[in-house]
Write a protein that binds this ligand. Structure first.
Ligand SMILES: [Zn+2]
Length: 284
């Protein structure tokens, strides 16, 4: 069934588990992710990010993601990840996406609040939810979010007192925080500031989101979730799993159609591993 982010993140926050966002920018990704969710009876968040729109437009995705979410046997949120322009967020909401992230983390604090508050009011009027980012999650070189290389990532970590002011003034439903992760593939293992997650969770009721999760250790995920993370974004891992399956088939001299089912299966297995790690199985 098609739901919004509150429907899946508030129970997750209460239950001490996390729900995964797995971007589904084509049919194979969508089929793999939804098959994993249904097999494990897990809630799930699917969708795309502004940076992925060259692969499939919001409109094209709405043709199949929304009906697939409605027909699914588990709660499915159709979300725009990292919306960078207000118009993109508005378009997603018009098309029926049930959630948007408006990423104004590169703006100054007051501008970030003003822009996000406007989208939040619009989304709430449609029964949709909004995620925002405070502080700035860094990007590894190959990241799909871009490559705003941060020389000192800790200078951009989320400040707990500011997080409280931010959620009160914007009314957002979920908050992405910067605690030491980065988008894309890591060269060195990341070091997370777990105490900061606990401090933020102590001062705000809004569910917290961890971006840049691909490549983190299982212990990192478990600790982050136990400290108060309710949503984890994963893309690089499942993207690579699908590609590796396709390459294997190609090397056997086969064609495009032969890649489809093995890719879906590899994506499904990769997603299931994460869902079991996040503890979202049997919560749908
Ligand atoms: Zn992100």
């Amino acid at each position: 069934m098609l739901v919004n982010m509150n429907d899946v993140l508030l129970p997750a926050q209460k239950g001490g588990y996390a729900v995964g966002l797995f971007n589904t920018v084509n049919l194979e990704l969508a089929k793999g992710v939804l098959a994993a969710a249904e097999e494990l009876h897990s809630p799930v968040i699917i969708g795309t990010a502004e940076i992925f729109l060259p692969y499939s437009t919001l409109e094209e995705l709405s043709y199949f993601l929304l009906p697939m979410a409605e027909k699914a046997s588990v709660p499915v949120v159709v979300h725009l990840d990292h919306g960078l322009k207000a118009e993109t967020c508005k378009r997603a909401l018009e098309l029926g996406f049930t959630s948007v992230m408006f990423d104004c983390s590169a703006d100054d604090y007051e501008t970030n609040i003003q822009k996000v508050r406007e989208i939040t009011q619009l989304a709430h009027a449609k029964g949709a939810t909004v995620e925002a980012e405070l502080g700035h999650v860094g990007d590894n070189e190959d990241s799909a979010e871009g490559s705003s290389q941060l020389t000192d990532p800790s200078a951009y970590y989320t400040v707990p007192a500011q997080a409280k002011d931010y959620v009160e003034r914007t009314g957002v439903d979920a908050l992405a925080i910067a605690v030491g992760t980065a988008h894309g593939t890591y060269k060195l293992p990341p070091k997370l500031d777990f105490d900061r997650i606990s401090e933020i969770a102590k001062v705000i009721d809004t569910p917290l989101v961890l971006h840049g999760g691909s490549g983190l250790s299982n212990d990192d995920f478990k600790t982050a979730i136990s400290r108060g993370i309710s949503k984890v974004n994963i893309f690089t891992d499942i993207n690579q799993a699908g590609a590796m399956a396709a390459v294997g088939v190609y090397k056997e001299g086969k064609g495009m159609t032969d890649m489809i089912l093995p890719s879906i299966e590899a994506i499904k297995q990769s997603v299931m591993t994460k869902m079991l790690l996040f503890g979202s199985e049997n919560k749908g």
